[in-house]
Write a new protein. Sequence first.
Length: 413
Amino acid sequence: MSRPLRRAVAMVILVMLCGVIAGLCLPARLSAHTRSESYALWEINGAQVHLTLTVPILELDRIPMAAGGDAGAELRTYLATRVGVSAGDDAAVCPVVDGPHSLAASEGYARVDWIFRCDRGEAVTLHFNAFFDLVPAHVGFARIRRDGGAFSERLFTQTDRQATLSDDAATPLARAGWIDFITMGIEHILTGVDHMAFLLGLTLLAVRLRDLALAITGFTLGHSVTLALSVLRIVRPEAQYIEALIGLTIAVVAAEGVVLASRQPAPVAALFALVAAALAGLKLSGGGGLPVLLLGGSGLFAVCYLMLAAGLQRPARLHFAITAIFGLVHGFGFANALVAMKLPADRLAPILVGFNVGVEIGQLVLVGVMLALGALVGNRWRLLSRINIADYGAASLVGLGLFWFVSRGFVSG
């Protein structure tokens, strides 16, 4: 093994250890997605407007809080001045008659509800100005129903923060359709750091464009299947497990890049086995985290796959199969935003198609940018050859992936 490759393998080992240590020591919230989203359910019955807002816990970290303050109270205070209802041509503010109150929510989320009263029987305007001051790219997904009718969907964005309802104004609220969910899919990829890291790992791994296209095709097929199964509520795995396994897929794909270049899979594979065994030991000793069987299976899979990949001369077909399997995991991650919205059954087909199309567009854009940047850097600085970029980039991704795997799987438990 040449000196550069020995350095790369040593760097993988070092970064893996750093990733594991960081995952054990840093708060799990720091490892979550960087995108900013919220999910609102508005129900208008006569003069009463009932709002239930569900927010990922990550959003609480963005809100400035006093030292030792209660996160739930801080969230209610923040939302109280940024969410509201008005009625009539003069936009008279509808007063709050109950709330806001904190409600029980799924793990990883906070939920708040309150009730407004609009005595006029005129047009009602819903106002949503939350989180845009903290994250301009925030997207508020809303479902709206008036007087027991059909639900309509709406996206609140930085440039579109209100929705007006009247007796004949249901159509404008239904405009959140196919194109909107294509946009949502694109934003999901472009703001999901872990999915971006996985695509970068595939890009570094591919020798030819044809191989890269085949791997991305497998990934697409995989995540399309589980996205549909999850949104249709046929399969609903534990969200914590999925988020942790997404980190492992990144680490495995990145580690394969170094293994293929060095033909020395044993040291890297052994470290994956060691990480899985250590986490299983912590679990058995009373610590939190992923189930022991899942940890054992993950470690065994990583070891077997890396040893197998090192012995293949042309692993393109194997990459198609493995990215399809990894795509199954990422598809459940893609579905989280859609599942949280409790989408109406009669609109699932266009929503799924639109979201998937958006994801594919986002993937193609990202891969194109990555390839262009790699070529530009390699041409500009000869010391940063494609081999060096791939080796050191892969080593960094291994550490990042293991950091996510440990922090999401162990600390979150």
